[in-house]
Write a protein that binds this ligand. Structure first.
Ligand code: HPA
Length: 209
């Protein structure tokens, strides 16, 4: 996809995730999701790539889940598990490909927490999210992953760390969209290469199977 729909643009979650169901009906078996995110983990640097190990669906705590409403049994079960949302083989493959590319130094693995946006987080919110166990924060991805897992797709995701979350009241730093865009522009080539090498490996394995 070239871009995606976001909750903060005013779309209901069934619309945000509609393309994923179309992919499923077209026969797509693996979904690769990427996003820009703020680094909550103090070890993360701008430009790092975080392989998503797991997510926290914070809007889901307040009932904002794309699967709310009558279940469409043609896609999946009423109560789908999410404990294995991000495929372990693909996570391992990402680290292997990153080391082949000589960029394993900037590849991390962690937990992505999604918020509705469009405001960036307050300092208190960042501290709260860190304590929840999140390594990176963003405003997307989780609804698409939920719908993809519901219909049995394999999911893999990366977050590009475009800024560091502000956790200190003395700091003069502020999250801003220009810095997010600039960091994304600088890392776009690396991310593109990582994804295309992963796709080549996946294709090769599919052909073997
Ligand atoms: N917070 C939320 N979303 C984001 C951020 C952030 O710091 N950076 C990029 N997307």
């Amino acid at each position: 996809m070239q871009g995606r729909f976001h909750m903060y643009e005013g779309y209901p979650l069934w619309k945000v995730t509609f393309p994923v169901r179309i992919f499923h009906l077209l026969g797509v078996e693996t979904l690769i999701v990427t996003n820009a995110a703020g680094g909550l983990n103090p070890d993360y640097k701008v430009g790092d790539i975080m392989v998503i190990r797991d997510h926290i669906n914070l809007p889901g705590f307040a009932g904002q889940n794309p699967l709310v409403g009558p279940n469409d049994d043609r896609f999946g079960v009423r109560f789908p598990p999410m404990s294995d949302a991000y495929n372990q083989d693909l996570r391992k493959l990402a680290h292997k490909v990153a080391s082949e590319m000589g960029c394993s130094g900037c590849v991390r693995e962690g937990v992505y927490v999604a918020l509705g946006g469009p405001t960036y987080e307050t300092i208190a919110e960042c501290r709260f999210l860190q304590r929840l166990g999140a390594d990176a924060v963003g405003m997307s991805t989780v609804p698409e992953v939920i719908v993809a897992r519901h219909c049995g797709m394999r999911v893999f995701g990366f977050s590009l760390i475009t800024n560091k979350a502000v956790l200190d009241y003395e700091s003069k730093e502020k999250a801003n969209h220009a810095e997010v865009l600039e960091a994304s522009r600088q890392s776009a080539r690396t991310l593109e290469k990582l994804v295309s090498l992963m796709v080549q490996h996946i294709e090769r394995n599919n052909n073997v199977a």
